[in-house]
Design a binder for this molecule. Structure first.
Ligand code: KIV
Length: 264
């Protein structure tokens, strides 16, 4: 696989080819994911839960994200590296540039941040500094204390319409990608159609341009109850390599996610 860039993903959206994304936080697992043809590796702030053992992503810092981005970037020869800007590290345009610059210099090629209607000026400012942005919408885990829990977003018409408008506004502001978490299938389909930029989904049905899962969840390494959208790929695989290869194949042929992993 040639090095994946934003242009690769835009071309894939145009041609209707689905792309696969997984998280990784270290060089060994980034190598595994990279060699199985995953287009996008996310250095997610889910490392706050998965690696650090916290109950949310709130404690994660920019320095944490830089450390893990450096580890992943050394092994991600073909996959594109996207890294989360952590909790409250992009409250103003100035702060967002300072945080994102550190993360880009650590090896990220795109930064991801969470929010909707308030983000366009921040997205534009980052883009003007040469920093591509993916905006994570819907269920945004950094806002768990505002939401009061992890719930499906966009079931009500008013919220659904505001998410569609936010997606259009974020594209106009210069967002390079969108990521939708825990939104009903039909809403994800509408947003994916409403914008030209690639849209990644997690718990957002099968109509998005790409799919993402937390690697440790799909390898069945994380303890406790899993969200509905997680599939255990180790169930029918002899090795983690086989599990990741199967996930990539199922994303590409549209088998994953099935209705049992989606919200209606
Ligand atoms: O931090 C993360 O791993 C994420 C995914 C759940 C999309 O944002």
């Amino acid at each position: 696989m040639a090095k994946v860039t934003l242009k690769t993903l835009a071309d894939m959206k145009q041609s209707g080819e689905k792309f696969a994304s997984l998280t990784a936080y270290d060089a060994t697992l980034a190598h595994l994911v990279n060699t199985q043809g995953v287009e996008v590796i996310l250095v997610g702030d889910s490392l706050g839960n998965v690696i650090q053992g916290n109950s949310s992503t709130v404690p994660v810092t920019v320095d944490d994200m830089c450390y893990h981005t450096r580890c992943v970037a050394r092994a991600a020869h073909d996959s594109m590296v996207m890294t989360d800007l952590p909790f409250a590290s992009y409250a103003t345009e100035e702060q967002a540039v300072i945080s994102a610059a550190k993360i880009m210099q650590a090896g990220a090629e795109v930064v991801k941040l969470e929010g909707e209607g308030w983000l366009p000026p921040i997205v534009t400012c980052l883009r003007q500094q040469g920093i591509p942005v993916c905006v994570h919408m819907g269920l945004t885990p950094q806002f768990v204390n505002v939401f009061g829990g992890y719930k499906v977003q966009g079931r009500e018409e008013e919220r659904a319409n505001s998410m569609i408008q936010a997606a259009i506004d974020l594209q106009a502001a210069g967002a390079a990608m969108l990521l939708l978490e825990c939104v009903p299938n039909d809403l994800a389909r509408e947003i994916t159609k409403a914008v030209d930029i690639p849209v990644i989904g997690i718990g957002a049905g099968d109509a998005t341009d790409g799919q993402i899962l937390v690697l440790h969840d799909m390898l069945h390494l994380t303890a406790g109850r899993k969200p509905k959208f997680v599939k255990n790929y180790m169930q029918d695989s002899a090795t983690p390599q086989e599990a990741v290869a199967r996930y990539v194949a199922e994303v590409k042929d549209g088998t994953f996610p099935g209705p049992e992993h989606s919200f209606n």
